[in-house]
Design a protein around this ligand. Structure first.
Ligand SMILES: NC(=O)c1ccc[n+]([C@@H]2O[C@H](COP(=O)([O-])OP(=O)(O)OC[C@H]3O[C@@H](n4cnc5c(N)ncnc54)[C@H](OP(=O)(O)O)[C@@H]3O)[C@@H](O)[C@H]2O)c1
Length: 297
């Protein structure tokens, strides 16, 4: 059952971010929370991840969700604060599949939404519209009716995909209310063009990337991440799945089975690695809440 007691306040170690867009009591537990203006032609893209002390984002197996790494009500609240400011939440398709899979075969997955009533009210006072969930997928065999997020009654939903993926989804004919954004050529998908289209076609100015590592890695390689919100959970889990952990059918026969960090897929060399300014830091108990902004000059 959800704990009804208030969350603990965040202790501000330092904060160099912009002032909050409005003066509002809802910011009280966290303090100042602002963004710069969005760039022309694409959204301001900020990510949110929680990792263990050793940099791991999922245990894999039966306890694969980010919440199992976080183990913090304040981290869940901060996720809501970030969602309250977003015109869209962008996730890779596996993150939705994992949430659905962990709830059992009858589940139709989850909807990524602001849960805290005070932060839902803040969102309204910020003038933000209906919440929007956006999924990145090649849509090779995605059946939209399998997931409640596409029903259209709770949030607006969108899919960004290749032109071939878009054609497959449109051919389903069942979900005209789901925005399908096609970027690329044939089966190939163009992520930089996709985020430009989110701005042009759906008016997304502030885009929150909630993972997973595969999507984050491809955004980072395209240098599309402007800010990172990074919670460090005071647990150590190790990268290789230990022999005593039960494996899912999809995890069998992989040796070693490695838990991902925030950054999936190919990374950088010493010559093209990216640099970041440490913008703010807070703590609650033994959890660290850091914010980094991309240094582009
Ligand atoms: N700790 C945290 O904060 C946190 C946050 C989020 C997720 N997670 C965990 O991370 C795990 C999921 O991460 P993941 O890396 O496996 O998956 P993911 O990034 O959520 O999704 C990967 C899928 O998204 C699509 N995709 C992503 N980037 C793409 C690109 N550039 N081009 C085309 N398609 C692209 C593809 O979908 P198709 O295969 O459909 O084509 C790909 O298979 C879960 O266990 C989840 O719980 C943890």
């Amino acid at each position: 059952m959800d704990d009804p007691s208030p969350i603990r306040p965040f202790e501000i170690l330092f904060d160099r971010a912009e002032p909050s867009p409005i003066a509002d009591e809802a910011y009280a537990p966290y303090g100042n929370f602002g963004f710069p203006a969005a760039p022309a032609g694409r959204p301001w893209i900020y990510s949110n991840f929680v990792q263990s002390l050793d940099g791991i984002t999922t245990l894999l197996g039966k306890h694969g969700s980010g919440g199992e790494i976080s183990q913090s009500r304040e981290d869940r609240w901060l996720m809501d604060l970030l969602r309250a400011h977003a015109d869209g939440i962008l996730t890779g398709m596996n993150t939705l599949l994992e949430e659905q899979r962990s709830r059992g075969p009858e589940s139709r997955g989850i909807v990524f939404q602001v849960a805290d009533p005070k932060l839902r009210e803040l969102r309204k006072r910020l003038g933000k519209g209906r919440e929007r969930n956006i999924f990145v997928t090649r849509a090779t065999d995605l059946d939209l009716s399998r997931y409640k997020v596409f029903d259209g009654d709770m949030v607006d939903a969108a899919v960004v995909t290749s032109p071939a993926g878009a054609a497959r989804l449109r051919a389903q004919g069942s979900h005209p209310h789901v925005a399908i954004v096609a970027a690329g050529e044939g089966e190939s998908f163009n992520l930089p063009l996709a985020v430009q289209k989110l701005r042009e076609e759906l008016g997304v100015q502030y885009l929150l990337c909630e993972g997973g590592p595969t999507l984050y890695g491809s955004l980072a390689r395209a240098d599309l991440v402007d800010e990172k919100f990074m919670t460090v959970s005071p647990i150590e889990v190790g990268q290789a799945v230990p022999p005593e952990q039960e494996r899912l059918p999809t995890e069998q026969n992989i040796s070693p089975l490695l838990r991902p960090t925030v950054f999936g897929g190919p990374g950088f060399t010493r010559d093209n690695l990216t640099r970041w300014t440490w913008l703010s830091s807070r703590k609650v108990g033994d959890h660290q809440f850091n914010r980094y902004r991309r240094k582009r000059r």
